[in-house]
Design a binder for this molecule. Sequence first.
Ligand code: 4AD
Ligand code: MG
Length: 465
Amino acid sequence: MQDIRRTMVARLMADPAPYLGKTVDVKGWVRSRRGNKYVQFVALNDGSSVKSLQIVFDLAKFSDDDLRLVTTGASIHVQGTLVESQGKGQSVEIQAEELQVYGTADPDTYPLQKKGHSLEFLREKAHLRPRTNFFSAVLRVRHALAFAVHKFFNDKGFYYFHTPLITASDCEGAGAQFQVTTLPLNDLPTDKEGKIDYSKDFFGKMASLTVSGQLEGELGATALGCIYTFGPTFRAENSNTPRHLSEFWMIEPEMAFYEIQDNMDLAEEFIKYCINYALEHCKDDIEFLAEHFDKELPERLKFVVENDFVRLPYTEGIRILEESGKKFEFPVYWGVDLASEHERYLVEEHFRKPVILTDYPKEIKAFYMKLNEDGKTVRAMDVLFPKIGEIIGGSQREEDFEKLQGRINEMGLEGMEWYLDTRRFGSVPHSGFGLGFERLVLFVTGMQNIRDVIPFPRYPKNCEY
Ligand code: 4AD
Ligand code: MG
C-alpha cells in the first residue's frame, strides 16, 4: 500500500458527509480490539479527537495472521471506505481494505492495557500518558486555552513581550528562586571574607530562574503601552499541594494608564473569554472530562462566564470569615495571609461566585504595589475561584518614585536602579496581574491535581524526563 497522507479522525467525525462512500486513509494508535471469528472491530485514535474511529476488519478479507500485530498500543495505517455505522456508539466507521502496521506494542509489556488506570498510576507513566483519552483531552484543552490567551491580547492591541527566564532580580521577594550557576559546587571560589565569589560565576553575579516576568514587563508597558508575557516560571517553594508546581506557566499582562478598577475589569473579561473559548472549541473534550471526572463541570464553567465576579476589600473579607462561625484550620485575623480554606469559604460557601479581593495589608504583599491613602493597605487584587482558590494575583503598581524607593530600601532590595528608572523617567499609573496558566487549565478541565494538566510536572523530589 502506498503511504499516502492521512485524514484526521476529528475531521471525519465532525463532518463525514463529503467522505461517505469514499476511500480514506487514517493513521493512529490502536486503543482496543474486539470481535468474533467473522469480524474484528478496532478503535483507532490519532490524537485529534477524544473519540476513536471504529475500523471494521472483515475476516473473509483479513486473516488472523494479518491482524496478529494489531494490538492495543500498536500504530497502524488503514485504507478503507467510510460508511455509516450499523452499530451503536458511533455514527461512522471504516470498512478496512488495506492495513499497514507501523509499530507493534507487545501486550505483555505495554503499560496502558486496560481502561480506567488511576490518575496516580498514569502520573508514574507520564511519558505515555498523552496516549490516554483523559490526558489527550486535557492537552487539547490546554492548547485551546493557550491559543485563546494570545488571541485575546492580540485582538486588544497588546504586544507579546518576552521577559528573561534567567534573571538577577527576585520579583516576588519570597526567596523561592532556583539558582543558576556554573560554579563547581564541591569547590566554590570564595572572596577575602569567605563569601562565595560570584564574579567567577558564568554571569559574573548571582543569577536565578525567574519567579515572574513582571518587573521586566513593566519596562515593556511603559514603552509599548500594553504588553503581556506568557512563559515558564519557576518557584522553589516546598509546596506539595494539588495547586502548586515548581515549573508552571504564567501570563502577565501589564498596562500603562490602567488603575486598579481597569485591572479588575480586564482580568474578569480575560478569564471569561478563555473559558468561553474552550467551551466553544473543546466541546467533546470537556464533555468527556465531565462524564468521567466531574459531572458539574459544564455548569460550573457556564456559571462563571455568565455571572459578575464579586469585588470585595480584604478587610470586608476578614470580617465575613470572622463572623462565619466556621472552624478553620488556620486562624483568621486582620493582617493574615489568607489560606486556601479561607479563600474557598468566601467563594464556594459565602458568595458562591468568583471573588476579587482587593486592598490587602501591605505587609503580606510584594514591594511594588501602590500604597493606599490609609498607609496600611495596598492596591492588590487576587481573583479567587471555586475549587482553585487564587487563580490570579495582581495590583496597581506604585508609580511614585520616592515611595517606591522607600519601600525598596525598607525591604533591603538591591540592584533595582533599572527598575526605578521607570519611575524616574516618564512614570505613569499602571497595573497588571499574573494568571497561573495551569490553574486555569485545572479549572476548565475539572481535574483535581495540577500535576495532571501539564505534560511533565515538576514538583519537590520529582524531575522525571
Ligand atoms: O500571585 P503571584 O505570585 O503574582 C505574581 O507573580 C505577580 N508578579 C503577577 C503580576 O502582577 N504580574 O502569582 C500569580 C499567579 C497566582 O495567582 C497563581 O495562579 C500562579 O501564578 N501561581 C502558581 N501556579 C502554579 N504553581 C505555583 N507554584 C504557583 N505560584 C503562583
Ligand atoms: Mg499571589
